[in-house]
Design a protein around this ligand. Sequence first.
Ligand code: ATP
Ligand code: IP8
Length: 244
Amino acid sequence: MIIIKLGGSIITDKSRYKTFRKRITEHIIKELADMDETMIVVHGGGSFGHIMAREYELPGGITEKRRIGAAIIHNDMVELNQMVTSILIENGISAVSIPPSSYILGNRRDYDIFDAYLDAGMTPVSFGDVYLMGGNEFGIYSGDQIMLDLSERLRPERAIFVSDVDGLYDKNPKLHKDARLLRSIYDDATFELSAADVTGGIKRKIETMKKMKEFVPEIYMLNGAKPERLREIGTKDFLGTMIS
Ligand code: ATP
Ligand code: IP8
């Protein structure tokens, strides 16, 4: 079984509110359909999540402003999820949407629903979203955290993070022309990191990937703008980062 995150950086234009990149998403999903593997799909928020989260100051304690923000963000995320799920179904994948609100409430988490749908031969699709934390707070459950939590529970053979850059670099490749792609990273790799999303951006992503190593033998990050790289995982032609 593989678990794959379609990053908000590739399936949306993160700088423009609610801009879905339909063509790119279709290309990636076509590759996934060809892989013919049991899988769980997770996707991030991109401009359907992070822009309004910043605007409405989420996560944080419940206030009138944050209530409205939480309502907008959840609604926007459901809209993005429906577009992603529809493309999965159009490509012959029996995808079923499983929003975080169906398995996380405060400190209570119950991931049985994923086992049930996998047992039924379906492909669960979950996504980063706002949720009600204990202590009168709204939290944001990120797609990366979902990847980690599901990996701990379901122990997939492979985890793949699809983003809009070739993999992990020693510094942000969008800001530094001389950034070097790291083909594989180990515990002692150091990074120059910048611009965080409400869920921590690339810094948190690296920490999450390192934690995932305990549960998943193979973890990859690759560029979804070159979806054929999904096919090249495990071959000498693969371009991306392997976390080992
Ligand atoms: P989302 O959280 O919306 O789902 P995502 O999971 O696709 O997004 P981001 O958190 O946006 O991923 O992280 C990818 C971005 O991180 C890239 O677009 C890149 O510009 C930026 N970045 C910053 N530093 C680095 C680095 N050292 N290596 C790779 N990418 C980096
Ligand atoms: O984009 C958070 O998930 P991520 C989504 O995977 C929201 O970090 C709602 C901001």
